[in-house]
Design a protein around this ligand. Structure first.
Ligand SMILES: Cc1cc2nc3c(=O)[nH]c(=O)nc-3n(C[C@H](O)[C@H](O)[C@H](O)COP(=O)(O)O)c2cc1C
Length: 174
């Protein structure tokens, strides 16, 4: 392919890819810990590609990397919980970069209880959460988009501001 494309064209292609990356990184996101349970397997992941998708019924959409353990468990359990972090919980978010230990109702040392409607882990140190049931999915790119109904929610503590990706200095996208 390189032989058939001229040098200036290659440079333009590289530049447009760099621009697309920069532009897509200007999208704004929250940061959430998604949890799921399939029988005795409990798992969690730090997720940013999530949005509300309908008022009535209350739907959300989330993109989960198709090669992840989180994807394969949600794909089978068809349920998950979204745990919302407050602005001062960046340290909690970073503890969920990878899951190293699940035992004694704790994920990486963070206690959870089981959600009433789905059995998904609800992290008790986080101020707000909701449980979801998957109603559809799109398996197209390297992430799968799940469409899910919010079937239960809870607020442990009123907070001024949730944690947002932009304020962490981390990136996921581009
Ligand atoms: C800032 C940040 C944002 C992330 N956002 C997403 C996301 O939206 N979707 C996703 O599938 N993974 C996302 N990840 C990756 C997951 O946190 C995690 O790597 C993945 O679930 C782990 O794979 P596993 O389930 O196989 O353990 C993000 C990671 C970071 C650090």
């Amino acid at each position: 392919l390189r032989e058939t494309i001229s040098k200036p064209l290659i440079i333009i292609l590289i530049m447009s890819k760099a621009t697309r990356r920069k532009v897509l990184r200007l999208l704004t996101y929250g940061l959430y810990i998604i949890t799921t349970r399939l029988n005795d397997q409990v798992h969690a992941g730090l997720i940013s590609w999530l949005s509300q998708a309908s008022f009535n019924p209350p739907l959300i959409m989330v993109a989960i990397r198709s090669e992840s353990k989180l994807y394969s468990l949600i794909n089978e359990s068809r349920v998950f919980a979204v745990n919302i972090l407050s602005a001062d919980q960046k340290d909690v978010a970073s503890a969920f970069f990878s899951i190293k230990e699940v035992k004694n109702k704790m994920i990486n040392g963070y206690l959870y209880e089981e959600g009433e409607k789905t059995g998904s882990p609800i992290l008790i140190d986080l101020p707000a959460w909701f449980e979801c049931r998957v109603i559809g999915q799109l398996d197209k790119g390297d992430h799968t988009v799940f469409l899910a109904e919010v079937v239960n929610s809870g607020l442990r503590k009123e907070i001024d501001k949730p944690l947002i990706l932009w304020d962490t200095g981390w990136h996921y996208g581009g």
